[in-house]
Design a protein around this ligand. Structure first.
Ligand code: HEC
Length: 261
């Protein structure tokens, strides 16, 4: 297996000009930073939807995609990303109010002052991208039962994901293609795997709405992309700057400069 001759178009990092290696390294560093922030965002958005703020679970994903079946958008937001916007006792009274039917008299007396103080800086309706929580009628739109991320939002996020991640894994795969990895089928698998995972990931968002266990596929696909990313990143950096030139590559250089005889 290791005897497969080098493809004549194959170039190991050690055969590339320093400028290209510097560029590759800079891109790899930026991509890893991007990945880090993506993970932070992911946890911030999803962890805690099931009431347990530590880590991201199967239940977090099911709730995100299909809705909790009980909790309203307001409650999910209060238990999730908005939980840091107000003290625990006010949070508890807001959730109790939603669960008890979100009645108007209680709203006027105790809920409105809390919202005015804690939420209106962002949700007074002046920002068209944020839900308007100003007034009882607007608030009612998010106190209805939670049915999860709506299809149109999924479509929007899908196209961003498909384009964005394809670019990232194309760049990463191109850099990794200069690594010396055997067997060849394994190298090809590593390069293609994140694209398969991406497809499984995005399509499973929709399938999870129909059949909850697809949330496992979403998680497995995310883990696969993360592993591929880490593997290609590490091998590329290591072979670019640390490990000695592979014997095959050194041998080809010898033959090129002295002739085959
Ligand atoms: C500092 C600005 C800010 C404050 C203050 C704030 N929010 Fe938000 N809120 C946001 C942003 C940004 C989003 C959209 C991002 C997201 O979905 O995570 C959002 C989204 C929401 C959503 C919609 C979630 C969904 O289903 O899409 C609800 C409901 C919500 N906030 C309720 C509240 C409540 C209630 C308060 C007060 C206790 C509050 N927010 C305070 C910035 C804020």
């Amino acid at each position: 297996m290791t005897d497969v001759p080098l493809h004549r178009h194959y170039r190991h990092y050690s055969e590339l000009p320093y400028s290209l290696r510097a560029l590759y390294t800079a891109v790899l560093v930026m991509l890893s930073l991007g990945y880090l922030f993506a993970l932070i965002y992911l946890f911030h958005t999803y962890a805690g939807r099931d009431g347990d703020p530590t880590g991201m679970s199967y239940q977090d994903l099911v709730i995100a995609y299909t809705g909790s079946g009980e909790a309203s958008r307001l409650e999910s937001a209060l238990r999730g990303p908005m939980s840091t916007m107000l003290p625990a006792d006010e949070l508890a009274s807001l959730i109790a109010w939603v669960q008890n039917g979100a009645e108007r008299p209680v709203y006027e007396m105790t809920i409105r002052p809390v919202l005015d103080e804690r939420c209106m800086t962002c949700h007074d309706g002046s920002n068209p991208h944020l839900v308007n929580l100003n007034g009882y009628d607007n608030l009612m739109k998010v106190t209805a039962q939670d049915t999860g991320t709506d299809i149109f939002t999924l479509v929007r996020v899908s196209h961003i994901h498909l384009f964005g991640l394809s670019f990232i894994f194309f760049i990463l795969g191109s850099i990794f293609s200069h690594a010396y990895v055997r067997p060849i089928w394994f190298k090809c698998t590593v390069v293609v795997m994140p694209f398969i995972a991406l497809m499984a990931d995005v399509s499973s968002w929709y399938f999870t709405k129909l059949y909850h266990p697809f949330a496992w596929v979403v998680m497995a696909a995310g883990a696969t992309m993360g592993l591929s990313f880490a593997f290609m990143w590490t091998v590329s950096m290591y072979q670019m700057w640390v490990s000695p030139k592979p014997a095959k590559v050194a041998e080809r250089e010898r033959i090129d400069s002295h002739g085959v005889g």
